[in-house]
Design a protein around this ligand. Structure first.
Ligand code: DGY
Length: 322
């Protein structure tokens, strides 16, 4: 008997084909997210739940008694949407997909840095609206990116990849905050300086780019006080998780121009995005596109396939997080 698994969203066709060949697979052709009740039923009906970062798996959706599910194989590196303690308590393995989305997420962080500083969203909106009156010395002057200081919060794979692009591509100076010391060839090669606390990074950075996990430990890490400690001309970039930033405090800081702007790919409570954010010109807002390239999404799916195949063959699971 092939293990029975449910895929909670529509996945790249190449990955779905392999899943359907190797497992007894229920796909989600309509791409409609599962309701909390459907998620709870999935624990009773399937050996594996193939979740994504758009699903919510708090303890409330886990069954009280015995679950049929033995593995939650997440399509995504972040797993703060899964209550891993609830999974552990029920002997359910949880896996993620690290590594394969590093480059694309870092590429997107750089595009947000450039877009918000150089006002490209604003410029395009103006042109498409037929409101461009031609070149002028004072037209839409933004902030220079090259040579500025980039503060990285969370110097893991994606933080380093972002810093590398910024330093070697744009001559930016790199400072960073990370809970544990990071001193390796890669950080040394870009002259990146680890500062003892987050406030020090915020105080000296022209751009602050967030690359730490979401969830309880980092909830509202960037709050009203920390936003005030950023430079007045600084920009906040978030490709990590929406809950890392106190979104209301950010809106206030942007409205009062306490910081110059923000480039956001993630939102607290996404896909809902506050109307107040959409009204602001000094923000660039993207619909969680960090890993959204054909190549990366297929690679993420293939990582899930590897994790599941190893699990059901009784081999060590490569990307086990619980
Ligand atoms: C992840 O994998 O955690 C990303 O946010 C998905 O793009």
């Amino acid at each position: 008997m092939k293990p029975r698994l449910i895929v909670t969203r529509k996945w790249p066709a190449a990955v779905e084909a392999i899943l359907a060949e190797r497992f007894d697979t229920t796909l989600n052709a309509s791409d409609t997210p599962l309701s909390p009740d459907a998620m709870t039923s999935a624990f009773a009906d399937y050996d594996a739940i193939l979740a994504t970062v758009s699903d919510r798996l708090p303890v409330a959706v886990f069954p009280d008694g015995e679950a049929r599910t033995r593995i939650i194989a997440n399509f995504g590196v972040g797993f703060s949407h899964i209550d891993v303690a609830a999974a552990r308590d029920r002997d359910i393995v949880v896996t993620n997909t690290p590594g394969v989305l590093t480059d694309c997420t870092a590429d997107l962080a750089l595009s947000l840095i450039l877009a918000v500083a150089r006002r490209t969203g604003e410029g395009e909106r103006q042109l498409r609206a037929g409101e461009w009156r031609g070149w002028s010395p004072t037209h839409m002057a933004g902030a220079k990116v090259s040579g500025k200081t980039l503060g990285i919060v969370g110097m893991g794979r994606i933080g380093k990849a972002t810093a590398r692009r910024a330093h070697f591509g744009f001559g930016m100076k790199i400072v960073f905050f990370n809970r544990s010391p990071v001193d390796d060839d890669e950080t040394r090669a870009m002259g990146a300086v680890q500062l003892p606390n987050l406030d020090d990074v915020l105080a000296v950075s022209d751009f602050v780019s967030l690359h730490c996990p979401g969830g309880a430990e980092n909830r509202h890490l960037i709050d009203a006080r920390r936003l005030r400690s950023m430079k007045a001309g600084a920009f906040l970039i978030n490709t990590a998780r929406g809950d890392v930033v106190d979104q209301d405090a950010l809106i206030g800081a942007l409205e009062r121009r306490e910081i110059a702007g923000a480039g956001l790919d993630v939102f607290d409570g996404e896909p809902a995005v506050p109307e107040a954010l959409k009204q602001l010109e000094n923000v660039v807002l993207l619909p969680h596109l960090g890993s959204a390239t054909e190549e990366t999404r297929v690679a993420m799916g293939m990582k899930v396939v590897e994790n599941l195949t190893a699990f059901f063959e009784g081999r060590p699971v490569p990307d086990r997080v619980a």
